[in-house]
Design a binder for this molecule. Structure first.
Ligand SMILES: Nc1ncnc2c1ncn2[C@@H]1O[C@H](COP(=O)(O)OP(=O)(O)OP(=O)(O)O)[C@@H](O)[C@H]1O
Ligand SMILES: O=P(O)(O)OC[C@@]1(O)O[C@H](CO)[C@@H](O)[C@@H]1O
Length: 304
């Protein structure tokens, strides 16, 4: 079974505003609300690609109930821990200025909630896959992903981590199977600005040296890099298309990679499917469907 963990789920309120003016009353020209949070997006896209998963994490309040309702309606299994105070966040995405977002804080999570999650994760078995994705709410130690990996280290669970800064670097010694920073997150780790694939490769290799089994660096419309455990470095050019909504494109890449890996156990194919899935989500209002991925998979150029 695949499990995804989202510490801080959200309802994503994705709006367009024509000629946004700071300090003025702006009105939307389109609006869309989707269940979100990185692990949840991975579960949704896996479901679209025909792979079952269980979404874990913490939810609170009416927004939390709505997230669960939407997942349930979409056929996604979830086992969230419910927090009695506060509400799950509503994250605002200003689609008309791509990349502009206001993400909320989410409810306070205390040590008893963490213990409940740990108890659930302790029941994972050999052959399971665990995806730890997204930020953690304030007040939780950035060792938390590391602590989870430490607890599971001898269990034969394959672990994917999509996180930033120390939340990511802290887990590398536990050899995560797949990590996926984007180029800016990779640059922040090493305090450099990375623009091209050639500039990204040495730093991706460094993360592999630090312990990650496979390092994928996503680069938006510029595609992605994979430093794979088969000894190859793959460079992907994203297919051409019209950007509609890039929210969750990175999570879609993770889901597409996992689905491709499960299908063929071939890194080049998994990477191709990952990039196609990321782009299919970027070219669609919602997250990628299986049909959209199949239309794009032959249009991804990969150079080894
Ligand atoms: N404008 C675009 N054109 C084509 N493909 C895109 C575009 N934006 C994203 N993608 C695809 O999606 C993948 C992941 O995108 P990106 O690097 O933006 O992820 P991210 O920053 O983790 O995103 P998010 O945090 O919103 O999930 C890219 O590698 C690419 O395949
Ligand atoms: O604040 P975090 O946890 O880093 O990211 C949360 C988030 O921006 O990531 C997803 C897209 O990747 C969205 O669905 C969600 O709103």
């Amino acid at each position: 079974m695949i499990y995804t963990v989202t510490f801080n789920p959200s309802l994503d309120y994705i709006v367009s505003v024509k000629d946004f003016r700071p300090g003025m009353t702006n009105r939307t020209s389109s609006e869309l609300m989707l269940a979100g949070g990185k692990g949840i997006n991975v579960s949704i896209v896996l479901g679209n690609l025909g792979i079952k998963s269980t979404a874990l994490g913490f939810i609170a309040g009416f927004t939390g109930d709505e997230i669960v309702r939407r997942l349930h309606n979409g056929g996604i299994n979830s086992e969230f821990i419910k927090i009695n105070d506060g509400i799950s966040r509503i994250n605002i995405k200003l689609k008309s200025i791509d990349g502009t977002e206001i993400n909320g804080q989410g409810p306070h999570i205390d040590s008893s909630h963490i213990e409940q999650l740990m108890n659930r994760l302790r029941r994972l078995e050999s052959g399971d896959v665990l995806v730890l994705a997204g930020s953690i709410p304030a007040g939780i130690s950035d060792n938390i992903y590391k602590d989870i990996m430490d607890m599971l280290k001898d269990k034969g669970v394959q672990i994917v981590v999509d996180a930033t800064s120390r939340l990511l670097t802290n887990v590398l010694e536990y050899n995560p199977f797949f990590i996926k920073p984007n180029q800016h997150e990779l640059g922040d780790i090493f305090n450099v600005t990375l623009n091209t694939q050639e500039e990204v490769i040495p730093y991706a290799l460094e993360l592999k040296k630090m312990g990650a089994v496979n390092v994928c660096v996503s680069m938006g419309g510029k595609g992605a890099i994979l430093v794979a455990d088969d000894g190859n470095v793959y460079k992907a050019k994203a297919p051409d298309g019209i950007l509609k909504n890039s929210v969750g494109a990175g999570d879609s890449l993770v889901a597409g990679f996992l689905s491709g890996w499960i299908e063929k156990k071939d890194y080049e194919y998994a990477f191709r499917k990952g990039v196609a899935t990321g782009s299919a989500s970027a070219f669609s209002e919602r997250l990628a469907t299986n049909g959209e991925v199949n239309d794009l998979i032959g249009k991804v150029t990969i150079i080894r």
